[in-house]
Design a protein around this ligand. Structure first.
Ligand SMILES: [Mg+2]
Length: 109
């Protein structure tokens, strides 16, 4: 797994690890974009379930971490199979949002 010195393209590193994991188990045949997307939605649901009630009972931090990991894993695997360069896509999206939503001190009064 990436450490601080290798973290610049950690999504690609994680995707390579996830690809290796899936290939070692002959799972790529199940890893269609549709299947991975539905699995991602399921994991988002599991994360949401931890915050289901209002006022929420603080969920156990280890359960939150586990579900966040599941969401990220499926999102990264989906992007890999769908041919999305995650690092580039996120950088471009952040840049677009910087333009769309300027900081308060850059706005004309
Ligand atoms: Mg889960």
């Amino acid at each position: 797994m990436p450490n601080d010195e290798q973290s610049e393209d950690w999504p690609a590193q994680v995707q390579r690890e996830l690809r290796r994991f899936a290939e070692a188990r002959d799972w790529p045949r199940y890893h269609t974009p549709r299947n991975l997307l539905l699995a991602l939605v399921g994991e988002v649901g599991e994360l949401a379930e931890l915050y289901q009630w209002d006022p929420p009972t603080p969920p156990p931090p280890d359960r939150v971490a586990e579900e966040v990991a599941d969401v990220l894993i499926y999102a990264l695997r989906f992007a890999d199979v769908a041919g999305v360069d995650v690092t580039k896509a996120v950088a471009e999206k952040i840049a677009r949002n910087e333009h769309r939503f300027p900081p308060l001190n850059d706005r004309t009064p």
